[in-house]
Design a protein around this ligand. Sequence first.
Ligand SMILES: Nc1ncnc2c1ncn2[C@@H]1O[C@H](COP(=O)(O)OP(=O)(O)OP(=O)(O)O)[C@@H](O)[C@H]1O
Ligand SMILES: [Mg+2]
Length: 226
Amino acid sequence: MSDKILKVIDVIRTYKLSRRSIPVLKGIELEVSEGEWVALLGASGSGKTTLLNLIGLLEKPDGGKIIYKEKDCSKLSKSALTVLRRKNIGFVFQFYHLLPELTVLENIKVAAMLNGKITKDAADRSKELLSYVGLEDRFLHKPGELSGGEQQRAAIARSLINDPELILADEPTGNLDSETGEEIINLFEELNKKHSKTILMVTHDKEVAERANRITVIKDGKIIDA
Ligand SMILES: Nc1ncnc2c1ncn2[C@@H]1O[C@H](COP(=O)(O)OP(=O)(O)OP(=O)(O)O)[C@@H](O)[C@H]1O
Ligand SMILES: [Mg+2]
């Protein structure tokens, strides 16, 4: 069995806007090993988020393949992809994407419920994870009652609720001051080193990228060596 958790093979994505085609990904080749932390750099508009959405099985490529742990995702049905995603992949976004009407604790529990794990277990694990990210005295706050760094911590707790093997992070420090960003990166480092999570992280920040095991760059629709 290969130690590659992810293989992206000749992936193509072209957006169509009325009669115009916008080729964004033009044959992406990328492999990520289990336990690796890879930083993905690239100019604004180069297709980083597009690629993350494909790898996260939120969208399908127009060409090429995503192989997740030997499974060819192009052959799976939409519902099979959803199950695979919920069980294996955690997402962290630049703007946190927490549900504003729910408390932090409810936000985490909802993510567990989507995977079919309900009630006491989910509640206990949600509290455990919030404590792990340093929010033990913020369970009942709504996202609007938290700082940016605290919201990102909550989003990281949410991404961990189903114990994913792979964490996809799209500029997780992009909206934070450098000190808070550093704390968040420390948390990712711990997830990678101590908890063996594989991480693929989009960032604009070279210093953040240098904390990863490897830097990869997307340019003109392809991956180029850093
Ligand atoms: N739904 C869409 N329909 C049409 N074009 C899109 C769509 N989503 C993205 N694009 C275009 O695809 C290109 C890549 O977008 P993407 O969001 O992947 O870039 P990015 O590298 O994440 O940029 P940034 O660093 O600014 O977040 C952009 O030119 C964008 O305008
Ligand atoms: Mg983006």
